[in-house]
Design a protein around this ligand. Structure first.
Ligand SMILES: [Zn+2]
Length: 235
């Protein structure tokens, strides 16, 4: 098991850890700030240093509680004490996009009852798919304006850990498909954008909507009879 430091503090950029396992160029640490690809958010990149060595973290992935860091050579041997630093500019952009997507999905639900069916963040854009019949240009403009208004309202974004039973009773969490969570998860991590969106989520977010600064909807697409895709960039 790797201690997932990024789950509790989204603003941690560096950390000390120990190498637990090495398999080729894949290294498992006892704790990490490197976010693994998942939940529509791409992995962090960065560097790892140790006495007598330094290398790049090229990819990060998660499997059954452990985080695997794919490193460029040289590879530190097992038991090495390391210092890791993430590429903050890349991560902070993902945090802004991730929170922007939650603002968008909260508003599309409140305005039109549209449910999210998928989403993905990229370094230069993000997209989200909704269960929505009608998404004409007028509605898109309304949604974009509502997002920017909410962003400028400086709403706090907080993380909470709830017992599963309690989480299963919350209507907003049921809406965001909490029933899809694996049965062995006893605690649910919830990301709350004050008065706007409340969902079970494992991603990293900014602490206040004002850090998103603003968004622009750049594209919409029909992905099926009732599936509408919206693409956005940060402004
Ligand atoms: Zn999310």
């Amino acid at each position: 098991m790797t201690e997932l430091l990024y789950l509790k503090d989204h603003y941690l950029r560096e950390f000390d850890a120990r190498v637990m396992k090495v398999e080729g160029d894949l290294v498992t640490l006892d704790r990490t700030v490197f976010y693994p690809t998942g939940g529509g958010q791409p992995n962090d990149t960065g560097t790892i240093k140790w006495t007598g060595g330094e290398t790049l973290v090229l990819d990060v992935s998660k499997k059954t509680g452990s985080i695997t860091h794919k490193l460029k050579a040289p590879i530190p041997p097992q038991d090495t004490a390391i210092h890791g630093v993430i590429d903050w500019e890349r991560r902070y952009t993902f945090m802004r996009y991730h929170s922007a997507l939650h603002v968008l999905c909260g508003l599309v639900y409140h305005m039109y009852g549209g449910l999210v069916t998928g989403g993905q963040i990229y370094p230069d854009r993000a997209r989200m798919d909704f269960d929505l019949q009608d998404l004409n240009p007028e509605r898109v403009k309304e949604i974009e304006n509502a997002c920017n208004k909410a962003i400028q309202e400086s709403r706090p974004i907080t993380i909470r850990f709830l017992p599963r039973d309690e989480a299963m009773k919350h209507p907003d969490l049921i809406r965001t498909k909490i029933n899809l969570l694996p049965p062995n998860i006893s605690e649910v991590r919830v990301v709350d954008i004050e008065g706007l969106d409340y969902q079970a989520d494992g991603g990293t977010h900014v602490a206040n909507t004002n850090e998103i600064r603003g968004i622009k909807v750049t594209k919409t697409e029909n992905k099926g009879r009732i599936n509408r895709r919206m693409e956005m960039t940060l402004t």
